[in-house]
Design a protein around this ligand. Structure first.
Ligand code: ZN
Ligand code: ZN
Length: 280
């Protein structure tokens, strides 16, 4: 059982794979589950995105019985960020309160529609009426800030992604975690909104789907590169940077190589892998 000491600010990766789950043997070290990150701030738990990794996290939350109120922050509604919602065990129990937040997305009126829109025929057998938890759906305005508790402050900015996406910066106990995925940049053009947003963050995780060499081939898909993440981390004086949202074709040996290059420039930084945790 994982223990969080008082005021501990702890991040754990439950899914780091972007686009599609990748349970291939040659990807086993980084893990194959899609996007899900657990953020524990003292006695609160916040979850960033609900890809397939949220299934195991839900199992842990139910067995530990430590949290009854859960805050789920969705970056957007692409499948790799929401497909785990129906399999998140706390939502099948009336003991839990789940607050789900999402920014405005093309094609969905509100956050309830983001979830209900894919939990319906012909995509899924049952709708959100199966949930037993006290579930609240919140719609975020662009650049909205909000508090999860008097000690936990969250800022947001919109990202450059087809249909829209939102980045979150969680601040607690004088430390900060910047969660920035999915977003596209054009080669040679830094997104200064992001640089400002992540300024001085203790931990910054970023859409590192691609490499600079691959970027032109994927124009319009809404993704960025591990090198761009590193450049922004350095210019924003971030303390630790982890490349995140690995493409299904990025196997462990390639990720190890990326990690060596990141680590050489920013010691203590690297590549996000499932099951890895950090205390800020
Ligand atoms: Zn994604
Ligand atoms: Zn996406």
């Amino acid at each position: 059982m994982t223990q969080t000491t008082q005021n501990e600010f702890k991040i754990m990766f439950w899914g780091t794979r972007g686009s599609l789950a990748t349970p291939d043997i040659q990807c086993g070290k980084a893990g194959g589950n899609t996007i899900c990150v657990e953020v524990e701030c003292g006695d609160h738990v916040i979850i960033c995105d609900a890809g397939s990794g949220i299934r195991s996290l839900g199992g842990k939350i139910v067995s530990e019985r430590k949290y009854k109120n859960i805050n789920l922050l969705l970056s957007h509604a692409h499948y790799d960020h929401i497909e785990g919602i129906p399999f998140f065990a706390p939502m099948s129990s009336s003991e839990y309160c789940v607050d789900i937040r999402c920014g405005k997305l093309d094609g969905a009126e509100n956050t309830f529609e983001v979830v209900g829109g894919f939990m319906r025929r012909p995509y899924f057998p049952v709708g959100p009426e199966i949930f037993m938890s006290k579930t609240k759906f919140h719609q975020l305005e662009e650049n909205q800030s909000f508090d999860i508790s008097p000690e936990i402050h969250v800022k947001t900015i919109p990202l450059v992604h087809p249909g829209g996406a939102t980045a979150y910066r969680i601040e607690y106990d004088n430390k900060s975690f910047a969660y920035v995925t999915d977003t596209e940049h054009s080669a040679g053009e830094t997104n200064y909104d992001i640089v400002e947003f992540i300024d001085g963050a203790d931990l910054f995780i970023y859409d590192a789907s691609l490499s600079d060499d691959e970027l032109p081939e994927f124009e319009g898909f809404g993704h960025s590169t591990w090198q761009e993440g590193l450049r922004m981390a350095q210019s924003a004086n971030v303390k630790r940077y982890f490349a995140f949202h690995h493409m299904p074709f990025r196997c462990d040996n390639a990720l190890d190589e990326i990690e060596r290059e990141i680590n050489a420039q920013m010691p203590g930084s690297g590549v996000a892998r499932e099951g890895y945790s950090l205390v800020l």
